[in-house]
Design a protein around this ligand. Structure first.
Ligand code: 13P
Ligand code: SF4
Length: 365
């Protein structure tokens, strides 16, 4: 039998948005229950509206583990999220990321050889397997999750990092937290750990730039990673809003720096930010420190509230933005012809070890 040729991405870029939207609708209708589209809150609105289910990283991970009926999961988000969906979904399900270049620059700041090197170096000073729990932020590659799975550690997300830190301390006296130093520091600080007991591991320096005495005294060893979007929010932005809008509530994502988080009224994951603003009364004033697409969506969804973006410059996640109508249409129309493109598949042994670390998280929260 002659199959029709695969739909090319280039041909779709020649179409107007309305036509792409109509074709996505039609493809979705035809695929029906065979295909589930998951969308992260940072997706641009024109893509987000096609998601069957939306959420933060934790919610989307849970959904991927629960929705076992769909044959395909099309993940509108970034690479590590699609990897988690592949690890937690049923073996017969196929996970697709519409643009393989949709990565996360923070996740790229820690890689397995560098973490293994840190573990070996720390092992010269401590008994790592007895004294240090490795805890990885979900914004990390699958092999780092597998590393945590194999070394008694776990995964955390922005909505549960404090709980997972408590869990990690219930296992061993110290934590190696990667890749986001800010989420680790903010969460440790909220648990009452003094700043001098949280040290920074700089992978480019010999011994991470630390002495044996510093490591022995530390409770949390923070990897030197950060989100280039959330570190754009500055304390002065919070101060400006407080001056100009007395009574305004400032809520930020915990990937922001400690200084910004300390000045804010609240911090939370994208789902928690959305829930807090939705629950607030009409007329309330908000300044939100997280990615622009989510803040703009909250603004248009709730015109009866005064919602501001905390930063005067564009804090936009360029990799989340890579998923556009053309890419979504491309993968869906190819599925209609049984062409699976941009599949995310974590090798089975790595997936098994990473699942251990993810399940430890899901059992704690
Ligand atoms: P959430 O889990 O809060 O959605 O965060 C994901 C993320 O990448 C934030 O930058
Ligand atoms: Fe990664 Fe930051 Fe983008 Fe989140 S906002 S996906 S942490 S680069």
């Amino acid at each position: 039998m002659n199959l029709p040729p695969p739909v090319s991405l280039d041909s779709l870029y020649l179409l107007a948005d309305q036509e792409l939207e109509a074709r996505i609708q039609a493809a979705k209708r035809e695929l029906g229950g065979r295909c589930l589209i998951l969308g992260h809150h940072y997706q641009r609105q024109e893509v987000y509206r096609f998601a069957d289910l939306t959420g933060d990283s934790l919610k989307l991970a849970r959904l991927a583990s629960q929705r076992t009926e769909a044959e395909y999961i099309v993940f509108c988000g970034v690479h590590f999220m699609a990897e988690v969906a592949d690890i937690l979904s049923a073996p017969r399900q196929t996970v697709i990321l519409p643009d393989l270049a949709a990565g996360c620059s923070m996740a790229d700041m820690a890689d397995l050889p560098a973490v293994q090197q840190a573990w070996r170096t720390l092992g010269d000073w401590l008994d790592c397997e007895r004294q240090i729990t490795p805890l990885t932020y979900v914004n990390s590659t699958a092999d780092l999750k597998a590393f945590c799975g194999l070394h008694g550690g776990a995964v955390c997300t922005s909505s549960n990092a404090e709980k997972l830190l408590q869990w990690a301390f219930s296992q061993r006296e110290k934590v190696l937290f990667f890749p986001d130093q800010h989420l680790g520091r903010n969460s440790g600080y909220r648990l009452g750990i003094p700043l001098e007991e949280m040290v920074l591991w700089q992978p480019s320096l010999p011994n991470g730039g630390l002495s044996r005495a510093q490591v022995e005294k530390a409770r949390i060893i923070l990897w030197e990673g950060f989100c280039s979007v959330h570190t754009l929010f500055q304390p002065v932005h919070v101060q400006q809003f407080r001056q100009r809008h007395p009574g305004i509530q400032v809520m930020v994502h915990p990937e922001c720096t400690l200084e910004v988080c300390q000045l804010a009224d609240a911090q939370g994951s994208t789902e928690q930010i959305q829930a807090a603003v939705r629950a607030a009364p009409a007329g309330s004033q908000w300044a939100i420190g997280t990615e622009l697409n989510l803040v703009n969506r909250l603004k248009s969804e709730m015109p009866e509230k005064e919602i501001h973006f905390l930063c005067p410059t564009l804090c936009l996640c360029a990799t989340m933005f890579r998923i556009d109508l053309a890419h979504l249409c491309w993968v869906l129309e190819n599925l209609l012809q049984d062409h699976v493109i941009n599949r995310i598949h974590v090798p089975p042994r790595e997936a098994e070890a990473a699942r251990l670390a993810l399940e430890r998280m899901l059992n704690v929260v």
